[in-house]
Ligand binder design. Structure first.
Ligand SMILES: NC(=O)c1ccc[n+]([C@@H]2O[C@H](COP(=O)([O-])OP(=O)(O)OC[C@H]3O[C@@H](n4cnc5c(N)ncnc54)[C@H](O)[C@@H]3O)[C@@H](O)[C@H]2O)c1
Length: 368
């Protein structure tokens, strides 16, 4: 555990630590055992990590005196369903999990959201720990305690806030991650820098080679940097009531529409966020809030991280309709988070549909 970085998420009685290191999966057991009296655990793991990371976590918990059971879920967003959650409740009961026992999530954001949802609801809530194994889950989904399953009519419609007791990030798990999944996580890191921290943004821009090569030191700094930014924002606005969390929606107004119109699963969320940030930058540019040099820098860093910066041939009318349905819209008006300089954003509620249309067409949306 030498050299692990710690980010403390400060939420009063629900505070927890995010620990980040390399080759540390086998060290988690005693740390969990030290957090509470629960002597039983259900490890919920993505099938993609069934042979690699999940057994390491399970045996470390077991060696620390925790009676550990394993439940695998199929990879992919379709596992974030009430049906799979119900099978996990069965597994909790079969394992004899009582109040105070642990659920551990080993996998990406899908398993984190799903297992966290089960932890929030089983016996009206049991403690849980998260062992994220995708970059997106390590630097974004692990912070903030939002847990959910999808409804056939929309993503994340059934959920809760349930903070984990510990997040354990091993950047070595990222070695097996497919390149597009790495890029999707990097998009969220760029977003964190752009919206809140110019120094972090500059670090990403100058470290892109090391990040693409998944060098441990660069990855640890990246995950810690993003977690620190997101946890600061979450600490101000835990349940998304005060407005601070709104900044995290930079790029999301368009991203959600792109994902919906392209068809869920066609475009990764991080890829859609990359295009969404480019659109937000172009809108800010038109309004004189942002400079051509900053916009060029943003598009260049995203491109060099193998992320898209143009709309892939989708109809403007469909994108506009999808944006009006966005759950963040207030009184039918879409609110845009716009960059004003690297590290700072503003929220604009008065962006006219025509302004958006011009930007989207310039980025490749089809107008007829
Ligand atoms: N709770 C939050 O605050 C929050 C924030 C952002 C996203 N999310 C949710 O997270 C989900 C997306 O997360 P994701 O991008 O991690 O997707 P994911 O969990 O589907 O993982 C992406 C792919 O990587 C595979 N995988 C996982 N770990 C691996 C590893 N170490 N090596 C090789 N392959 C591995 C998975 O099987 C999957 O195919 C969405 O459901 C989204 O709604 C939640």
């Amino acid at each position: 555990m030498m050299g692990m970085r710690t980010v403390h998420v400060n939420l009063g009685a629900r505070s927890y630590d995010i620990r980040i290191g390399v080759d540390v999966l086998g060290d988690i057991g005693p740390v969990v055992a030290g957090l509470g009296p629960g002597r039983r655990a259900l490890v919920v793991a993505d099938a993609a990590v069934a042979d690699s990371h999940a057994p390491m976590v399970a045996s470390s918990l077991h060696a620390a005196g925790i009676d550990t059971h394993l439940a695998l879920v199929p990879s992919g967003e379709t596992s974030k369903s009430l049906g799979v959650a119900s099978r996990l409740y069965d597994a909790c009961l079969d394992a004899g999990l009582e109040r105070g026992c642990w659920i551990a999530a080993v996998g990406g954001g899908v398993v984190g959201d799903l297992a966290g949802f089960v932890a929030a609801t089983y016996l009206r809530g049991v403690p849980w720990v998260q062992v994220p194994t995708t970059l997106l889950a390590q630097l974004d989904a692990s912070v903030g305690g939002k847990v959910a399953v999808d409804h056939p009519r929309g993503k994340n419609l059934i959920g809760a806030f349930h903070q984990p007791r510990l997040v354990w990030c091993d950047v070595q798990t990222l070695d097996s991650l497919p390149n597009p999944e790495l890029a999707a996580g990097l998009a969220e890191a760029v977003k964190h820098g752009l919206l809140a921290d110019a120094r972090y943004y500059a670090f990403i821009r100058r470290s892109r080679a090391g990040l693409l090569a998944r060098e441990s030191a660069a990855m640890i700094r990246l995950v810690a940097g993003s977690c620190r930014i997101k946890s600061r924002i979450v600490a101000q606005d835990e349940r998304e009531e005060g407005g601070a969390r709104m900044a995290l929606n930079l790029g999301h107004t368009l991203a959600h529409a792109l994902e919906a119109v392209a068809g869920y699963g066609t475009m990764r969320h991080g890829e859609a966020v990359a295009v969404g940030m480019v659109a937000a930058g172009r809108l800010a540019l038109r309004r004189g809030l942002w400079s051509h040099r900053w916009q060029a820098g943003l598009e260049e860093v995203l491109t060099s991280l193998h992320l898209p910066v143009r709309i892939p041939g989708l109809a403007l009318s469909e994108l506009a309709a999808a944006m009006r349905l966005d759950k963040k819209a207030v009184d039918g008006r879409v609110r845009w988070v716009l960059p004003v300089r690297p590290g700072q954003v503003t929220v604009a509620g008065d962006v006219a549909p025509q302004e958006v249309a011009e930007v989207l067409v310039a980025l490749g949306a089809q107008s007829s």
